[in-house]
Design a protein around this ligand. Structure first.
Ligand code: ADP
Ligand code: MG
Length: 238
């Protein structure tokens, strides 16, 4: 399961309205990409789904359950950040195990999940290193691995590849696609990169200034953009 619905979600910070009337239905297993220019509210929307922030009004439903007021820990989701957010003083293995020890998972189960994620993401050789001894791409693989071991109902990824160089971004893009195919878990992926959105998404959500401009399959947006903004953002020659 991993079906996510947002009904009439608004978010304001004081007088600043950051999200307006967001209605979004993400089916279980879909790779959804939220795309739009910097500052349009993508991260805020993802944080609301994650439970790291609460809407000013509206509701969030996950697998039929109203989680609007539920904490992040109670939502069963895993977030991956652009900045990796690894604990620098812990080894890769300890970083992967961290959340799991808190929920009293047996050691053998933790170890088998770590081994499986390590194989999937090719980080086996680095399990005893600390993040400071890893390259950017390796760190991001560990950050994704930390999400994988929690076996979440959905992955929420906020510009996970933005800190990587162009070549590595393309490699990691393909790996993320492969990961989604293998796990068939819902993924909600934020980017400001149109090419990334077009290549990864089952469906793209185009945002501008806190509103959803259009939702559709990549090629539908490309061939039938709802307005000039979407046309310019998705279809711009590169
Ligand atoms: P994006 O991820 O699309 O770049 P964000 O969701 O980070 O956009 O931000 C959307 C808007 O909300 C921006 O104008 C940003 O300055 C504002 N904003 C985000 N978080 C806060 C906050 N905690 N307090 C005040 N304003 C915020
Ligand atoms: Mg952002």
């Amino acid at each position: 399961m991993g079906q996510i619905t947002l009904n009439k979600v608004d978010r304001a910070y004081g007088k600043l309205k950051v999200l307006h009337d967001i209605n979004l239905d993400i089916p279980d297993g879909e790779f959804t990409v939220l795309v739009g220019p910097s500052g349009c509210g993508k991260s805020t929307l993802l944080r609301l789904i994650a439970g790291l922030d609460k809407p000013t009004s509206g509701e969030i439903i996950i697998d039929g359950k109203d989680v609007t007021k539920a904490s992040a820990a109670d939502r069963g989701l895993a977030m991956v950040f652009q900045s990796y957010a690894l604990y620098p003083h812990m080894t890769v293995r300890q970083n992967l195990a961290f959340g799991l020890e808190n929920i009293r998972m047996p050691k053998s189960e933790i170890e088998s999940r770590i081994q499986e994620a390590a194989r999937m993401l090719e980080i086996g050789p680095y399990l005893d290193r600390r993040p400071g001894q890893l390259s950017g791409g390796q760190k991001q693989r560990v950050a994704i691995g930390r999400a994988v071991v929690r076996n979440p109902t959905a992955f929420l990824l906020d510009e996970p590849l933005s800190n990587l160089d162009a070549e590595l971004r393309i490699t990691m893009r393909a790996e993320l696609s492969g990961l989604h195919e293998r796990l068939t878990t819902t993924m909600v992926y934020v980017t400001h990169d149109q090419v990334e959105a077009m290549t990864l998404a089952d469906r793209i959500v185009v945002m501008r200034a806190g509103r959803i401009e259009q939702i559709g399959k990549p090629l539908d947006l490309f061939h039938r953009p709802a307005n000039l903004f979407v046309a310019g953002f998705i279809g711009a020659p590169r």
